[in-house]
Write a protein of this length. Structure first.
Lengths: 449, 449
């Protein structure tokens, strides 16, 4: 790759090893102002402005030349199943039930902790390479996922996906698995990783189990991560069985608070949106997955924003996307809202960028998603030298509608440099390990690769 | 950028200068077979198979190491307005009429041939970098566009966009401009560039003018490129004024033949689709533009394919997309069809890849879009080393749903290598020239950059 913006050496592995006080010079902000950014070795941004290099050069251990790049906040993926990268492309274009029962579940039955470790490593690599610095994950073998995330040095909220269908024994096992994750994550003493309780959905976890999940989350002061109103069937069934919407059911079980992140919300009613707003809960929008799985309706963004609900963005897992590229997700979110709700002004570029950054950080419960003093240094340097970023009439529009993940040159999370000039130190090892792990999974399932 | 698949030198500018007999070794095909590909210095593929390197090495002037890459046919963008890359991000998220009358048209009024030259150069660069080797273009100053395309060495069908609203004088000027393009393109003696007649749409060109356009196209044996049934308004107005659909109107004017490429088709009726099938006409699907501009309906792919209509893919111009990335367009086409028509099996990965390759070549009237003996060497080598291509359960699915334009490592058009290891020889000059040209356009329009 050509090096258009004066990066000296990509081989300086030292760059990636630890947090150091760092000066980024001559970078453009989305408002087209050229500034320097200085953050200290705790990973907190201390100064942003045109004179920062002059004032703080002596305090910085290293300097990154930011000329020819645009600085935007690191992206936040608020709903995914990271390890499902191992299933990328394994089954597509099928009817949902057939897809699940004939393809996904039989393969998942053979999953081990090692597969989840490598799947999560691959997911983190893909996220770093496309500018995502934090994600909200729900899957199985989450201690192995935690190990992978901890090595990858990005932020994550990790939950064991709880599915009980009313079975008490299963519920006990699931709660035990959750408890294990919560304690394991605490034992890591990482400022970047937290845990959540993950009751899968109101249609897979009955109200009494939901209530216990809510209490557990409250007691442990952790997030509650769930799926909500993804399909019409789910809403209709809930109305038939419980005489209320899934949202009302979650609320009755005590599951809606400002520490709740519910994914999808395609079939929310206006009343549901009002209730979510009153509870301060967050909705993670997953437009690609919703479109691919033909949910039939786009999340009602206009109602949610009217009612003051914080709406963030997610990719869902790689079985229904099939990538983790949040730049692509932003574009599809913005055009899907316009298309489905038939309003060409809905979800403009600046709002979808907030959705993928500050709204995401808010949903996951940490201060972040903005480049300003006092915020963590979660920063992307996006190349202004890609054809898709030319011309630069409107940097925010180019980010939302034109750039793809490959335009991200540098990814910094909490002050640590994770990618520079598109180089990630352990990329080759991860690609090799994840490829082998995917082969191993197929072998175990008796499928020829 | 790391060089994972053994490319020796990206600085070998010789590689790009002329057509040479070329052997590509150890490349994977979408069916997961590993082969070598040999094409001669006329740009025609002569052999594809596992023993080709052994048999033809002595006949090849150069060898490209294809290990670690997937070979797919070059992509074909069958509807765009190339020079509108200069307007990328200039205005978004507005109501259509306000967007046109307050933003796009006032700026376009200041366009010169030089802007179109640089806009088209930028468009060609962006296409080469994201794997597109042919495009169907409609805009103004098309001799300048032709100059840019000729330098870029990709395929194009160029048409001057004819808008008359019934004004005879305007029509005469537009026909003269078309005639100029047709003769200029012929004078280039390029095997890659042809021209078309471009009556903009049935609502901007009345039936008598459409008839004359059809006759002109027939006489010159060139394509007819138009817009069709993009909005409901257009269909309703046509019914009210002429008592028939825009498709029937085009047919009555003699505009529907197997040399017709009509863009959009969102609001086609089932009868329209049957008529298009009978005439052998081609529909260019532009899902991103349709979604962004909130057309309210997705092109009825199931009806069109039922009636045997060849459906190809396009990006539309950068004002309504805002990029020219056909890999992204494939994904959005596949998920948009599933979503809008509420059918999760509609437009599967293999069909959308054909739509973007062989169906595109068919629409533009040349043999191509397949990697096999006798076909032109329009070949992409896609890196299998990107996280988004791992694991490789299904190469076609990864291409359709996961990869973005940045995964394309090498772009070859008609045997000429245009990009290798993501290096395009004149990238810097084009980016500089196009950026200056965009600034100049704003200056002329009295807008501060």
């Amino acid at each position: 790759m050509i090096q258009p913006h004066g990066i000296s050496s990509i081989q300086d592995k030292e760059l990636f090893l630890k947090n150091r006080s760092t000066l980024i010079t001559d970078v453009l902000l989305p408002n087209k102002k050229q500034v320097d950014i200085w953050y200290d070795d705790t990973g907190i941004i201390r100064a942003v402005g045109p004179e920062v290099a002059k004032e703080h050069r002596s305090e910085a251990d290293i300097t990154l030349d930011g000329s020819g790049t645009l600085a935007i906040p690191g992206l936040v993926n608020t709903h995914t199943h990271g390890a499902m990268t191992l299933l990328r492309g394994y089954a597509d274009d099928m009817h949902l039930q057939q897809w699940l029962s004939e393809k996904i579940w039989p393969l998942e039955a053979h999953l081990t902790g090692d597969h989840v470790y490598w799947g999560t490593k691959l997911a983190c690599l893909e996220m770093i390479k496309s500018g995502t610095v934090a994600f909200n994950d729900m899957y199985f073998f989450m201690k192995d996922a935690a190990r992978a995330v901890d090595e990858s040095k990005i932020r994550a909220v990790l939950s064991h996906g709880i599915i009980t269908f009313g079975n008490e024994e299963k519920f006990e096992t699931e709660l035990k698995a959750t408890d294990d994750v919560v304690h394991y994550v605490r034992s890591l003493h990482s400022p970047l990783i937290t845990s959540a309780i993950g009751p899968h959905a109101p249609y897979t976890v009955p109200p009494d189990h939901l209530s216990i999940c809510a209490e557990y989350g409250h007691k442990e002061k952790i997030l509650l991560h769930t799926h909500l109103a993804e399909t019409k069937q789910e809403v209709d069934d809930c109305q038939k069985t419980y005489g209320m919407t899934p949202t009302a059911l979650l609320d009755k079980a005590g599951c809606l608070s400002d520490r709740t992140v519910a994914a999808h919300g395609c079939w929310l009613s206006e009343d549901d949106c009002r209730l979510l707003g009153e509870r301060g809960s967050h909705i993670a929008h997953n437009p690609v997955s919703n479109m691919k799985l033909a949910t039939g309706r786009a999340m009602p963004y206009h109602w949610l924003s009217d009612k003051g609900v914080n709406v963030s963005l997610g990719t869902d897992g790689c079985s229904s996307n099939n990538n983790l590229d949040m730049l692509e997700e932003m574009k599809i979110a913005a055009i899907c809202q316009k298309f489905f709700w038939n309003l060409d002004t809905l979800l403009p570029a600046a709002e979808v960028l907030s959705m993928a950054t500050s709204c995401g950080a808010k949903a996951l419960g940490y201060a972040g998603g903005e480049i300003k003093e006092g915020m963590p240094a979660d920063i992307l340097l996006v190349s202004l030298h890609c054809p898709s970023m030319i011309p630069l009439h409107n940097p925010v529009s180019n980010i939302a509608y034109s750039a793809d993940g490959g335009a991200v040159d540098t990814t910094i999370c909490n002050g640590r440099i994770l990618m520079r000039n598109r180089y990630v130190p352990d990329e080759n090892e991860i690609i090799k390990g994840a490829s082998s792990s995917a082969d191993d999974l197929l072998n175990r399932a008796g499928i020829m690769a």
